[in-house]
Design a protein around this ligand. Structure first.
Ligand code: ADP
Ligand code: MG
Length: 233
């Protein structure tokens, strides 16, 4: 596999305002946040060999600090089952990109497709008076439409995250139900503590963090962050 050069390892000291998915995950992972297997590439040939290495099905996305909400521009294509579908998706993204002027592109992200799991949201936001807080809610329409989420101010105390999850209505979907196994709550709790630790460690710079979605698999199978965004102030 040819190694792809990526400009400098990410840090929070530069002048970037927005840190897109690829670099955001690199920053969060050392804090115990589990992230999807993925590589950033620039050429189709490299993309194909990464897809083979990760194993189909894969996801293909365009990564750019200038495009924080990728799917609004059709720049996320999931569930690519083979090389033919991969090539076609690559061409489609190229075409969509050609219609977006002025966006500075880091590359194409080839990522494992996480087919199973319940989608949840984990985030950090800043209130001008109270400072940073951690948010949790269900993914998809859970947060945006149902307003089903809960908040805790940082720093957290022991047990805060377990309580936070329990405060949302959607938490019922994570528990075992009539013989169906529950979701891996332990790994979700660890993931959210990792997010909180990262935010605390960089508290002065953070305006907002979105892990959206985190895919929570069934008990024992862990969870995985498939999209992340950091906004600095
Ligand atoms: P956006 O920048 O628009 O939020 P995402 O990276 O979150 O883009 O992708 C949009 C949606 O595609 C996600 O909400 C999720 O449902 C799905 N998705 C993204 N990445 C994966 C993945 N690796 N495996 C499975 N589904 C994914
Ligand atoms: Mg997202």
């Amino acid at each position: 596999l040819r190694q792809v050069k990526h400009p400098a390892s990410p840090d929070l000291n530069g002048t970037r305002q927005v840190i897109g998915e690829y670099d955001a995950k690199k920053l969060l992972q050392p804090y115990g946040v589990p992230v999807s297997r993925e590589h950033l590439v620039r050429a189709l040939d490299d993309g194909r060999s990464v897809a083979r290495e990760i194993g189909f099905p894969v996801v293909l996305k365009v990564v750019s600090d200038d495009i924080p909400h990728k799917s609004e521009h059709g720049l996320v294509i999931v569930g690519l089952r083979n090389e033919a579908e991969f090539d076609a998706a690559w061409r489609l993204l190229e075409e969509r990109l050609s219609r977006l002027d002025n966006a500075k592109i880091d590359g194409y992200l080839v990522q494992e497709f996480v087919a199973d799991g319940i989608e949840v949201f984990g985030g950090v936001s800043r209130d001008p008076d109270f400072g940073l807080s951690l948010a949790f809610g269900m993914g998809g329409i859970g947060i945006e439409v149902m307003k089903d989420f809960a908040l805790r101010l940082l720093p957290l105390r022991n047990g805060d995250i377990e309580a936070l999850i329990g405060e949302t209505k959607g938490a019922a979907l994570l528990r075992p139900y009539r013989g169906r196994p529950g979701a891996d709550l332990r790994s979700l709790v660890d993931c959210l503590y990792g997010l909180a630790d990262f935010a605390q460690a960089n508290a002065e710079r953070i305006a907002e963090i979105d892990l959206n979605p985190i895919k929570v698999r069934e008990d024992g199978k862990g969870c995985v962050v498939v999209d992340a965004l950091i906004v600095l102030r």
